[in-house]
Design a protein around this ligand. Structure first.
Ligand code: GLU
Length: 314
């Protein structure tokens, strides 16, 4: 079996095995059809749910409207179905969930835990440079707190973003455990600061939407690509501030091309052709080795056995 670092963190799989109420999910953004890397992530979440005798849900994360492509949702669902990956409950879409996101924002606002912000990206950058922090392109920037005490007088009226008032000190500290990557510790006030919940253009931020939806769907286990590991502390902090349960997390390795770049829609990774060959590739990509099975059901049965051997049973 090829080893791509999928060794479980000790003891966790035993705890998982006892959990009959497992709910997992795959949450693709409909920015294009799934590629080889996203199939591996979908398969990982499905396998973990099956191996634990749990439910597997699909949620379409279309909260960032302009990035969504017409027909992508249908293409994704058809690709999943052709690989034998069927959701156990009706698919939900974030575009239908604004009321729930608004309710969560209202809870935070009422508690003084969210505030309106008039800063453009450029204003944030300028404020940081004024504080002696060198400009950085493409890097996650810590919000300098410009609007924390209120929007400056004289600021022209206009649509506002809403930010989370990240608490100071110990209350901003998040410890969380990944089943593969182990223990993480992050002081959110020092890594990102007050992050956006609702954008000035009216779009809900991924961090808020994902937390509200995971809780709303009763998700107990998040299995997703490793590129999202660095969002997890923000999500756990939000769960805490909203009084929501924290799921278990497993971030699986990203599939990379020959140059070592992660496969992504942005870099033009090709849609996979659904069927046994794609599924067999996804199994290899997840470190589950080569299967002798030639059909979709045969491959999936084999994959569940192999996954269970690594990650615990249901
Ligand atoms: N919608 C996100 C993506 O496609 C996944 C979010 C998640 O799994 O938490 O990258």
């Amino acid at each position: 079996m090829q080893n791509i670092g999928m060794t479980p963190v000790a003891a966790d799989s035993a705890a998982m095995a006892a959990d009959a109420a497992y709910v997992g999910r795959f949450a693709p953004s409909p920015t294009g059809p799934l590629h080889r890397g996203s199939l591996a992530a979908a398969l990982a979440s499905w396998l973990d749910a099956r191996a634990h005798g749990g439910q597997w849900l699909v949620r379409i994360e279309d909260v960032d409207g302009p990035r969504c492509r017409p027909g992508a949702e249908e293409a994704i669902l058809a690709q999943l179905a052709a690989c034998g990956l069927h959701a156990d409950r009706p698919v939900i879409r974030q575009r239908d969930r604004a009321v729930a996101y608004q309710r969560a924002l209202d809870v935070l606002r009422t508690g003084g835990l969210a505030y309106p912000c008039a800063c453009s990206r450029r204003a944030v950058e300028e404020a940081l440079v004024q504080r002696g922090m060198a400009p950085e392109r493409h890097a996650e920037r810590i919000y300098p707190g410009t609007c924390r005490a209120g929007i400056a007088e004289g600021t022209p009226a206009g649509p506002r973003a809403w930010r989370l008032r990240v608490p100071a000190g110990a209350a901003a500290h998040v410890d969380w455990v990944d089943r593969r990557l182990g223990a993480h510790s992050e002081a959110v006030d020092r890594t990102v600061g007050d992050f956006v919940l609702l954008r000035a253009d009216g779009m809900w931020a991924y961090q808020l939407a994902v937390v509200v939806d995971d809780a709303g769907q009763g998700v107990t286990d998040v299995v997703r690509g490793e590129d999202l590991a660095d969002s997890t502390a923000r999500q756990v902090l939000l769960q805490r501030m909203l009084g929501l349960a924290t799921p278990r997390y497993l971030h699986v390795p990203l599939v990379r091309d020959e140059a070592g770049e992660k496969l992504s829609k942005q870099t033009g990774a090709a849609a996979f052709v659904p069927g046994p060959a794609a599924l067999a590739q996804a199994m290899r990509d997840l470190g589950l080795g080569s299967s002798g099975a030639a059909t979709v059901p045969g491959l999936l049965a084999d994959a569940v056995d192999r996954w269970r051997a690594s990650w615990g049973e249901g």
